[in-house]
Design a protein around this ligand. Structure first.
Ligand code: XMP
Length: 515
């Protein structure tokens, strides 16, 4: 399989570089700069290397450097930002660390060598996104400058003979107008990739690998109903059928119809599905608890206890499967730490489950690729498209103490709100995408009037956020008609709700969830 190596020097956008390459249907992997040797790059069959950005200065002795022999492999290299400076430095050029003017943000780049393959099909002047102080002052012998900006005499350079290219700006971010095209020019035209990486291939290969590894062994998976664990379950179900046991713990704090939908989605495979209704047990432990952190802790612990009981019932298990995905792997350092993180995904299970090995079939996929794989495996669209849902579930959306009555009220109100948002989205009537939307049941009652009688009902808060990464978020500007529909339907259809409000705080200062 053709693959591109993204050599990581600590840049902020490394994941984006790999994403862009994969969007071209070429497989890309991120590896830390010091965890792969030039011999391994050749032996592992990479057809191109991209040096990422990074916060350092090349002359700083503590800065990350790769073996300069990488430049002699004859494999095309594209250096980005710090990677561009490193390439210049390693090839004998000069980097200036005392620029008079730093460039941050959008900058106009002028192409000086229109015949450069990297700028093929790109206008002479375009907007690129920069973030640097250092710059390449003197290009190495054999290189020529291919683009400049007002403040940067070498915004791009190349040695097409040796297939070495560098850009000071970031082509991987969408603010760089023609960035995707530049990456495409490098990957497809310089490296000569044929763009054959497809999800159905990945699916087929993964099935073969899982079968070869698992043989007749037994696999255990904790299925939460979230996208990652559901797709992982579908892949394993397809690969090993009845040797798979999925344990689905219903803690009683799922959304409306969620446990049934999960069961239904997996009923077509001949797997062992162990659905455990542990709602009474969880409610009992949560009785009278109002402090959000206590709620979270209790649910986490109780989940492990329930899973522990299930694992004992099932007996000896050879493999524990987890739905770890690529961002989890990257965030945990791409090294040994990845395993520790994946243990966390299922709440510390490996301490007590008797298994031989962990298998993580999605560990090389990004979230949207996981969704694509789910579709490939025939999972229903609502499951594949599911918005994020916190592990503690509705417990952290019922303010104050949790009772079955409050959970039922919230489930109904939440279902109505989500139905309305989905309907508006389906009709193309949302001015901006709603990334996560749900209802919260407040601990405040208020006075109202219904059918000439006084009411004293619960207050439901509606929350919808628009975000890319959930680290920061803005409240969604939902259309008034949608809010009007939800504001009418919820008190009319859900007994005990007397008032509906909309949350207009961004994150920060608020968080997405209320607890
Ligand atoms: P906050 O409230 O921290 O939420 O702004 C950011 C995103 O994380 C989700 N979230 C959780 N997900 N377990 C999870 O798996 C949790 O305990 C948890 N708490 C928050 C939240 O729904 C949002 O998408």
């Amino acid at each position: 399989m053709e693959k591109i190596l993204v050599l990581d020097f600590g840049g902020q956008y490394d994941q984006l570089i790999a994403r862009r390459v994969r969007e071209l249907n070429v497989y890309a992997e991120i590896r830390p700069y010091n965890r792969i040797t030039p011999e391994e790059i050749r032996a592992e069959g990479y057809v191109g290397v991209i040096f990422t950005g990074g916060p350092n200065s090349v002359y700083d002795p503590a800065s990350p450097h790769c073996d300069p022999a990488v430049l002699k492999l004859g494999i095309p290299i594209l250096g980005i930002c710090y990677g561009h400076q490193l390439l210049a430095w390693a090839a004998g050029g000069e980097v200036c660390t005392a620029a008079e003017k730093s460039e941050y943000g959008k900058v106009t780049v002028n192409v000086k060598k229109p015949e450069s393959i990297l700028f093929d099909g790109i206008p002479a002047e375009s907007v690129c996104w920069m973030s640097h102080t250092d710059f390449v002052k003197q290009v190495p012998e054999g290189f020529s400058v291919t683009a400049v900006t007002g403040a940067c005499p070498c915004a791009a350079f190349e040695d097409p003979e040796r297939k070495l290219y560098g850009v000071q700006f970031h082509p991987e971010v969408t603010h760089t107008e023609y960035g995707f095209r530049m990456i495409g020019n490098f990957v497809l035209k310089v490296c000569g990739c044929k763009a054959e990486w497809r999800m159905d291939d990945f699916c087929r290969k993964s099935l073969e690998e899982i079968r070869a590894k698992v043989g007749d062994g037994k696999v255990l998976l904790a299925l939460s109903g979230g996208v990652d664990s559901s797709v992982c379950a579908a892949l394993l179900a397809e690969a090993v059928g009845s040797n798979l046991t999925c344990v689905f713990v219903d803690h009683g704090m799922m959304r409306k119809n969620e446990p049934e939908e999960v069961r239904e989605a997996f009923s077509r495979w001949n797997i062992n599905f162990m659905g455990i209704d542990a709602s009474e047990r969880f409610l009992e432990r949560l009785r009278g608890i109002t402090e959000p952190e206590r709620k979270r802790k209790i649910i986490g612990e109780e989940f492990i206890r329930v899973f522990e009981d299930a694992a004992k019932q099932i007996g000896s298990v050879d493999f524990l499967a987890q739905g770890t995905i690529y961002p989890d792997v990257i965030e945990s350092g791409l090294g040994d730490a990845a395993v520790i993180k994946s243990h966390h995904n299922v709440g510390g299970l490996p301490d007590f489950v008797d298994f031989r090995e962990i298998i993580e079939p999605l560990r090389m996929l990004f979230k949207d690729e996981v969704r694509q794989l789910g579709r490939e495996l025939g999972l229903p669209e609502p499951l594949v498209k599911r918005q994020p849902f916190p592990g503690p579930g509705l417990a952290i959306r019922v303010m104050g103490d949790i009772t079955k009555e409050k959970l039922d009220i919230l489930r109904e109100a939440d279902a109505i709100f989500r139905e309305e948002v989905d309907a508006f989205a389906a009709r193309g009537k949302l001015p901006e995408a709603a990334s996560q939307y749900f209802a919260v049941l407040l601990n405040t009652r208020s006075v109202g009037v219904m059918g000439d009688a006084r009411t004293y009902g619960y207050t439901v808060a509606l929350r919808s956020v628009t975000t890319d990464d959930f680290m920061t978020a803005d409240w969604t500007r939902l259309p008034y008609e949608l809010m009007a529909a939800a504001g009418t339907r919820i008190p009319n259809e859900v007994r005990s709700v007397g008032r509906v409000v909309y949350d207009i705080t961004s994150k920060p200062p608020a968080t997405v969830e209320w607890e």
